[in-house]
Design a protein around this ligand. Structure first.
Ligand code: ZN
Ligand code: ZN
Length: 884
């Protein structure tokens, strides 16, 4: 039975029993920003169990792609070292939402395993919760499981979603793989039995009966409806059905291992060390393929960092197998080949996945070898010191400079029997963070003074349509220190008020500026507005006049034109985001944005440069929606309602219970707390300024709107006008004129080079040195050359000096109505000839003045007709006078 047949068989079985077959939920949960990755089948049904959502069906079956790896380090280490840990895996499941219950769940599970898949009943066990007489009774009534094979367990058989929430007893089916398969035989205290934690008895299916709700006090109550949630690890059941030794021998994974074998010329099963690497590569290639297919790109934080860690660990294991070039992108082919039928999304994004993977492999290859060399040295040093702990600073350097995730360093060290001083690593990391923070201008919420965090303060934002407001000063910081005032003029302050019309920087929109004024005559210039602690807004600025104290009432006025400009730019990011997704694909996700009054910046995931045509289409589309002048509607609702309404939300953003959904006509729907225009037409015009890559798989677009866009266009016009004026032509003739000019210039350069070649002697003309003479072993020459300027003369002199080895040359040239003279002396002859003195003597002959260094001197004169006379004098000065 192939993997595909097992998966299909499972789904068909439940389809025949009234279940709707639903596709796998995404690895990145759309409606749960708190969860890094889907880690079980129930993730996509969580809201249904919580009673917050209903589905058009009450029975469902699916296979869910899951990824178990946390954002923290060191949980990857085990994957590949043994034969049963995975990052990505599949979970088969059948579900009842208030419909069938224990009876059906138990009898169908037994039927599928023993009648359809024909597993040997003598090897199967069922477990139930300690007090679940009902389930045990059903196992005995409905199935022919062995009489002594229904076992009761306590904690293993009670399932909970979290500390609070739906929960209930469960019933598991375990299989005995035979006495020879125990991997803990002989371990003191090991009892070889169900839930005995060895490889002999393994759980293959967990049937969860959700019937209780645990409240925050820990008490259990009954749920109004009862549900079934089952989970069967696909790789594990496939290994049983295919009769292979481990999950990695199941066809789906074995095919990927084979790809690794082919690329590395190693054989799986020959050497344990290679086997580990082959398993790591197979496992990580799967996870990487699915992650990139969902639009994640390697980065230094969040999910992107998980992807990077996987890619780099796989790359390093490739190196262990002798693979010196990027290879993982080729392993991706095997993943797509083996899993594409069940997960068409990886077929669709195959090319992009390969490209992203290869780019990251190349990026890491640039530092991998140097990092490994550093590590090798550090390991030797650690050994010399008879220590088993690697200096945390070294691990940090590997991380910071060479891109080694900590778990990669740990993985490498594990093979050497060493560990990292992770505390020192964290300290180094923290120190770097502090340095980065010190470089920031603003108060960091996590470092805010106690008064802001624990003072019970809260600031209410009165809405983005209000530009002036009155409120009380609740707290004051002067120079970062808490004070009650009075604070005098000239002091830097953070002012916290109960209410504010000032927008605090968030969602990439910069904070407002403006003024705070008291009736008593104090004026504070606000230069920035920041959330200084959760729910607390700080107005940062300088007291310009009067004094300010806690308890004062301030009139708050924002800088309206600045806010308006930021409002336009921010609103345009919504339209641009929608246009990008439409023209480039829905893998485009916002990776960051910054909006200031004069421009907007938008970073997004995309694997290649956006073409000129695409940029044009995006600009056109945004402007079309600006002209459509659609209404911009902001509506408050719960997070769940917003997601259901199709709003785009982003991982990493902290959303509260109530969120604002911003709609721009039918075109764009996003969760956003920023400031927006009333109608899209207010944006005026949208102009792209630039597009470029800022990291692997991340692009940045800059644009301007409204007056900023107009400014941009005017600046271009002005530049073009200046160019045309210089070219003495009309603007539309400028390119042709410039092209002609450049062609002429190229031709002139060619001719000059040609002439100089000829003049330097040799090719084509008579050798200029033919006229040189010998004076006491030195070569001397005074001659006239034609068609050279100052620079040409110098170049020629250089070449001649090289050729004569020892001696002096004097050159004269007529350049228009100027006479040029130059003398050059080889270094070893400067004790006999002085170029500066020679020129000093000759220059007056041609009506000029000059002098210079002993080895090189130049002069110009206004009488080219007397050049020959000057050169004749030169011969005399060089000691070869008279002759000519
Ligand atoms: Zn055992
Ligand atoms: Zn917005």
């Amino acid at each position: 039975m192939t993997g595909d047949q097992i998966r299909e068989g499972f789904l068909d079985f439940f389809r025949d029993r009234g279940h709707t077959i639903v596709p796998s939920g995404p690895l990145v949960p759309h409606d749960d920003p708190s969860l890094m990755f889907a880690n079980s089948g129930m993730v996509q049904f969580k809201q249904v169990f919580l009673g917050k959502e209903t589905r058009p069906y009450v029975r469902a079956a699916d296979t869910q792609k899951c990824l178990r790896i946390s954002g923290k380090h060191n949980d990857l280490e085990q994957v590949g070292r043994d034969t049963y840990h995975h990052t990505l895996f599949e979970m088969l499941g059948n579900w009842s939402f208030g419909d069938y219950y224990k009876r059906e769940a138990i009898s169908w599970a037994w039927e599928l395993l023993t009648r359809v898949w024909k597993l040997d009943k003598q090897r199967l066990y069922a477990t139930v919760y300690t007090t679940d007489d009902e389930a045990e009774g059903l196992w005995r009534e409905l199935t022919d499981v062995g009489r002594d094979r229904v076992l009761r367990f306590e904690k293993e058989n009670f399932w909970e979603m979290g500390d609070t929430g739906p929960c209930g007893p469960c019933s598991e089916i375990h299989i005995d793989r035979g006495p020879g398969t125990c991997d803990r035989a002989g371990v003191p205290g090991h009892r070889c039995q169900v839930n005995g934690d060895c490889a002999r008895f393994i759980e293959i299916w967990n049937l969860v009966f959700i019937q209780n709700f645990r409240d925050p006090s820990g008490a259990l109550s009954d749920l109004p409806a009862k549900h079934v949630d089952t989970g069967m690890g696909f790789e594990r059941v496939a290994s049983v059905l295919q009769g292979v030794a481990s999950n990695y021998d199941v066809d789906v994974l074995r095919g990927i291992i084979t790809a690794g074998e082919r690329l590395s010329q190693k054989r799986y099963g020959a050497v344990e060390r290679d086997d580990v690497s082959l398993r790591v590569i197979a496992d990580h290639a799967r996870a990487v393929t699915f992650l990139v297919a969902e639009g994640i790109v390697p980065s230094n934080e969040g999910r992107g960092y998980v992807l990077r860690r996987l890619l780099r660990r796989a790359a390093r294991h490739g190196k262990l197998l002798g693979l010196d070039r990027p290879f993982l992108f080729q392993v991706v082919d095997a993943v797509v080949h083996g899993m594409g039928r069940a997960f068409p999304e990886i077929v669709e994004s195959h090319a992009r996945v390969a490209e992203v993977v290869q780019t990251e492999e190349e990026r890491f290859a640039a530092t991998l070898d140097r990092g490994l060399a550093l590590l090798e040295e550090a390991v030797a040093e650690t050994r010399r010191k008879k220590s088993t702990t690697l200096d945390g600073e070294v691990a940090f350097r590997l991380y910071d400079t060479f891109g080694f995730p900590l778990d990669l360093t740990e993985d490498i060290l594990a093979g050497e029997g060493l560990v990292v001083d992770t505390q020192a690593f964290e300290r180094a990391m923290g120190a770097q963070r502090d340095r980065a923070r010190g470089a920031q201008r603003f108060v960091d919420a996590t470092a805010a003074p106690e008064v802001l965090v624990g003072g019970g303060l809260a600031t209410r934002f009165v809405g983005d349509r209000v530009v002036e407001w009155e409120s009380d000063v609740l707290a004051l910081l002067a120079g970062g220190q808490e004070t009650r005032g009075p604070v005098a003029a000239g002091t830097e302050v953070d002012v916290v008020t109960g209410e504010t019309p000032f927008y605090a920087e968030s969602g990439g929109q910069i904070g407002d500026r403006g003024w705070l004024e008291t009736a008593g005559g104090a004026r504070v210039e606000v230069t920035d507005t920041q959330k200084v602690a959760p729910g607390v807004v700080g107005h940062r600025g300088v007291v310009r006049q009067g004094t300010l104290s806690v308890g004062d009432v301030v009139r708050m006025k924002i800088d309206v034109p600045r806010r308006e400009a930021a409002r336009l730019n921010h609103s345009a990011t919504h339209l641009m985001h929608a246009a990008l997704r439409r023209h480039l694909g829905t893998h485009v996700k916002q990776a960051g944005s910054l909006v200031s009054p004069d421009r907007l910046r938008f970073d997004f995931s995309h694997h290649k440069a956006v073409t000129k045509e695409e940029l044009r289409a995006i600009e056109d589309e945004v402007n079309a929606h600006v002209r459509a002048n659609a209404e911009v509607a902001c509506e408050e609702m719960t997070y769940d309602q917003a997601i259901k309404a199709g709003a785009l939300a982003f991982f990493g953003e902290k959303y509260g219970d109530r969120v604002t959904v911003v709609r721009m006509g039918e075109f764009s729907t996003e969760l956003c707390g920023g400031t927006h225009v009333r109608r899209t037409g207010d944006i005026g015009v949208f102009k792209l300024r630039s597009e470029g890559g800022i990291a692997a798989g991340v692009r940045r677009i800059e644009a301007a709107t409204g007056e900023g866009a107009l400014e941009e266009i005017r600046r271009h016009e002005e530049t073009l006008r200046e160019v045309s004026a210089l070219l003495r032509g009309a603007e539309d003739e400028a390119p042709a004129k410039l092209e002609k000019l450049l062609a002429q210039q190229r031709e002139l350069e060619r001719r000059i080079a040609d002439l100089q070649g000829k003049l330097a002697g040799g090719a084509g003309g008579s050798d200029i040195l033919a006229g040189a003479r010998k004076v006491d072993g030195a070569t001397v020459l005074a001659t006239r050359v034609e068609g050279l300027d100052d620079k040409g003369l110098r170049d020629l002199a250089d070449r001649l000096r090289d050729r004569i080895k020892t001696g002096v040359v004097v050159l004269g040239a007529a350049d228009g109505d100027r006479a040029l003279l130059l003398a050059a002396v080889t270094k070893d002859a400067t004790d006999r000839f002085h170029a500066g003195n020679i020129i000093k003597a000759l220059a007056p002959v041609v009506g000029g003045k000059g002098g210079g260094r002993p080895d090189l001197a130049q002069a110009g004169g206004k009488d080219p007709a007397r050049l020959d006379e000057a050169l004749a004098q030169a011969w005399v000065l060089l000691g070869a006078g008279g002759a000519s």
